[in-house]
Design a protein around this ligand. Structure first.
Ligand SMILES: [Zn+2]
Ligand SMILES: [Zn+2]
Length: 389
């Protein structure tokens, strides 16, 4: 089959590789009909994960048709259309039983790699390096889904791939990030980063009762999408100081909650931005936390900081004094996709949201190298790419 494989920093290729096979009774094989490139794939593309190996198949946002089932999978049938959460979860461990699916204890066979850095490992992830299990991803013609009896969600008739594809990751991720803001009626939420997760976080914050959402970015077409599609107020941080602007817009009090939907590769406008780029380049710091620092400082006293942005290692110069003295709460985590699938599917069915509005590019899987390039450099107004095998 054809698959998008990682070969090094800024080097992905479409290779011909062996088709996946059923290994365990709880496996399924999916013939992929749609798959997407995610902002977090760029951290791998940019070479920030030391546990990638040449030939690894990328991709964790995919859906398709069931073509083969292990003997223990009874909840779906051959031919069913299904969406696959990007987190791999067993469905029966301590964490899965508590609805904390992305913290599953049984799905990362390489947990030892993570335990050295993090103490304990989160769940395995599709197409996301060996430290999260080394599972082949879904930017391919076929994929093996482990724990398919909990990890496949059947799509009702009448919905297109593009309407439901983002239930794999970015729609639940934006929604959980908004839920983590603990929004009360009348609240103002500030969101750093208007990429796909940021866009869905804006929509979700309104769905959860926010009165105002203020979106912060520097890419004009992303700010425009936030404004036009979701009625967010916008700040371009290259034109104005985001912290000062937020203070002014909130009558001097600050937003009730602040979200970092940027993560480890933030672009900073000020001195601390240059400091992070230099330290990250020298491998003295693994992640660049500009957005997180700003979110902590901008947040009102007693507020909440929500972090859906991906971090993998260590960060420097976190304003812990501000965080502690202002009595802030921080909530974060990989998304518990399984928990959000059904309620968010209902929102799509009810017409509350059609997530396909964020798609700017549709390409064939053979064009993946070009797709990564334009997505990374935000060329050609690229916000989200869907690939068709
Ligand atoms: Zn993703
Ligand atoms: Zn589990």
């Amino acid at each position: 089959m054809k698959a998008v494989c990682w070969h090094g920093t800024n080097d992905v290729r479409v290779d011909t590789v062996p088709d996946p096979k059923i290994i365990n009774p709880r496996d399924a094989i999916i013939k992929i009909t749609s798959t997407a490139i995610c902002g977090s794939d760029l951290h791998l593309y940019d070479g920030y994960n030391p546990t990638m190996k040449p030939g690894d198949i990328l991709g964790h946002e995919f859906m398709g048709e069931v073509v083969e089932l292990g003997s223990a999978v009874k909840n779906v049938n051959i031919g069913d259309r299904v969406v696959v959460p990007f987190t791999i979860s067993c469905g029966s461990c301590f964490f899965c039983n508590r609805d904390l699916w992305s913290l599953c204890d049984n799905s990362n066979p390489n947990a030892w790699m993570v335990e050295k850095i993090m103490g304990y490992s989160p769940s395995g992830l599709f197409g996301y390096s060996h430290m999260t299990g080394g599972y082949a991803g879904g930017q391919a013609e076929y994929a093996r889904v482990p724990f398919a009896d909990t990890g496949l969600f059947k799509i009702p008739d009448g919905l297109t791939d593009e309407q439901v594809l983002f239930l794999t990751d970015i729609f639940p991720t934006g929604y959980m990030a908004a839920e983590n803001c603990d929004i009360q009626p009348g609240d103002t939420v500030a969101i750093w980063g208007c990429g796909p997760v940021g866009q869905f976080a804006i929509k979700s914050a309104y769905m959860l009762g926010a009165e105002r959402v203020i979106a912060i970015d520097r890419v004009p077409e992303r700010l425009k999408m936030a404004e036009e599609q979701s009625k967010a107020e916008i700040i371009n941080y290259e034109e104005v100081d985001a912290g000062e602007a937020l203070k002014e817009m909130t009558g001097g009090r600050g937003p009730d909650s602040c979200m970092d939907a940027v993560g480890m590769e933030a672009h900073g406008a000020g001195l601390d931005g240059f400091y992070d780029q230099a330290k990250q380049a020298l491998r003295l710091e693994t992640d660049r936390p500009t957005a997180l620092r700003q979110a902590i400082v901008a947040c009102r006293k007693g507020g909440t900081v929500s972090v859906p942005g991906v971090y993998t290692g260590f960060i420097d110069k976190v304003p812990m004094g501000a965080f502690m003295n202002k009595g802030l709460t921080m909530k974060t985590g990989q998304t518990h996709v399984h928990r959000y699938f059904r309620p968010l599917l209902e929102h799509i069915q009810n017409g509350d949201i059609d997530p396909s509005y964020i798609i700017t590019h549709r390409m064939k899987i053979e064009d993946a190298p070009h797709a990564y390039e334009i997505f990374k450099h935000k060329k050609d107004n690229c916000i989200k790419v869907v690939l068709k095998p």
